[in-house]
Design a protein around this ligand. Structure first.
Ligand code: ATP
Ligand code: MG
Length: 140
């Protein structure tokens, strides 16, 4: 399959613990290339829109509060089968259920503070990339 792109967020629990390099190293070792990256402070409105699919879930308000509790690093990742490759190296949502060697198993704190976000489909990847990046900010 040709190289394609996915969208990643290094979440506030990881930036707080100075783990942006550790996370990025694991992404790169999994065969993903960082083709865009910036450290930002998300606004509440941005976080609510980004996670809008979860608006009705009981954890929504806590999730938004967590995502704006500190800076995040938003990234575009490129590689063969990028969406699935990233989901594989991220591990299960709950780090307690994640496979050894995955980012969430090795680094995450809890089901909420789980260190990374990754797109779950090519379609969502395109939407999420466009939410944070202009085309000229992505340099493959
Ligand atoms: P992400 O979308 O961040 O990549 P995911 O696709 O593995 O994670 P989702 O079901 O989309 O998981 O949930 C989005 C995020 O909401 C999770 O990554 C986690 O931070 C938080 N979350 C999910 N389930 C729970 C829960 N039961 N309690 C608290 N927070 C949760
Ligand atoms: Mg998700």
């Amino acid at each position: 399959m040709a190289a394609n792109r996915t969208f990643s967020i290094i979440k506030p629990d990881a930036t707080r613990r100075n783990l942006t390099g550790a996370v990025t190293k694991m992404l790169e070792e999994a065969g993903l290339r960082v083709v865009a990256s910036k450290r930002i402070q998300m606004s509440r409105e941005q976080a609510e829109e980004f996670y809008g699919v979860h608006r009705e879930r009981p954890f929504f308000n806590d999730l938004v509060t967590f995502m704006i509790s500190g800076p995040v690093v938003v990234q575009v990742l490129e590689g063969e089968n990028a969406v699935q490759r990233n989901r594989d190296i991220m591990g299960a949502t709950n780090p307690a259920n994640a496979e050894p060697g995955t980012i969430r198993k090795e680094l995450a704190e809890s089901i909420e503070a789980n260190s990374v976000h990754g797109s779950d489909s090519d379609e969502n990847a395109a939407t999420e990339i466009a939410f944070f990046f202009k085309p000229e900010e992505i340099v493959g």
